[in-house]
Design a protein. Structure first.
Length: 182
């Protein structure tokens, strides 16, 4: 006997079976022990240096570049980002998940000490570093992404509305004179 013929001959049983499988799937999905966003803390260290009064270009070339050159030799660095502004630079190092944060901090301190010879003499103090709670940083990145997406949607809505207003005949456009506003 053909399998499909069995289901065609008994449509009520087929429907009940399909509903039962769907309900079992929903029940199993709800009971899954997997978090939608797993809590992963990447070992992250932020290095900061100040050169008061220097332009962002000067800080990037004379402070950030030598630091980046020495910090890039550290093992298991998965991501390095650098941001220079007026008088200050910040370099963020993200390490692989299996890297010990304390060992990475020792390597970062050694790289800062090695870079000291290449840094300008007008740099008053050595660059400093601190361990970053990457879980918090990931949350703030997600919030920033959501805020950016919301702003983008609002801007797109305003542009679409302006384009629609421009496409209407002049007599059908909304009047925005001060007297017609409420």
């Amino acid at each position: 006997m053909n399998m499909s013929r069995l289901f065609i001959a008994r449509p009520v049983a087929t429907t009940l079976l399909a509903i039962g499988i769907a309900l079992a799937g929903m029940f199993a999905f709800v009971r899954l022990p997997i978090a939608p966003l797993p809590q992963v803390d990447f070992p992250t260290i932020s290095v900061q240096a100040s050169l008061p009064g220097a332009s962002p270009e000067t800080v990037a070339t004379s402070v950030a570049s030598p630091l980046e050159r020495h910090l890039s030799t550290i093992a298991d660095v998965s991501e390095m980002t650098s941001m220079s502004s007026v008088g200050t630079t910040r370099i963020t190092l993200q390490f692989g998940l299996n890297r010990d944060i304390d060992g990475a901090a020792r390597d970062v301190q050694a790289a800062i000490n090695a870079a000291r010879a290449d840094l300008p003499t007008s740099l008053r103090q050595n660059p400093t570093y601190h361990k970053v709670n990457s879980g918090r940083r990931a949350d703030s990145r997600a919030r920033a992404l959501l805020a950016h997406a919301h702003r983008g949607l609002a801007l797109r809505f305003r542009r679409d509305r302006a384009a629609a207003d421009a496409a209407r005949p002049r007599s059908a456009r909304r009047c925005t004179t001060p007297s017609s506003r409420s």
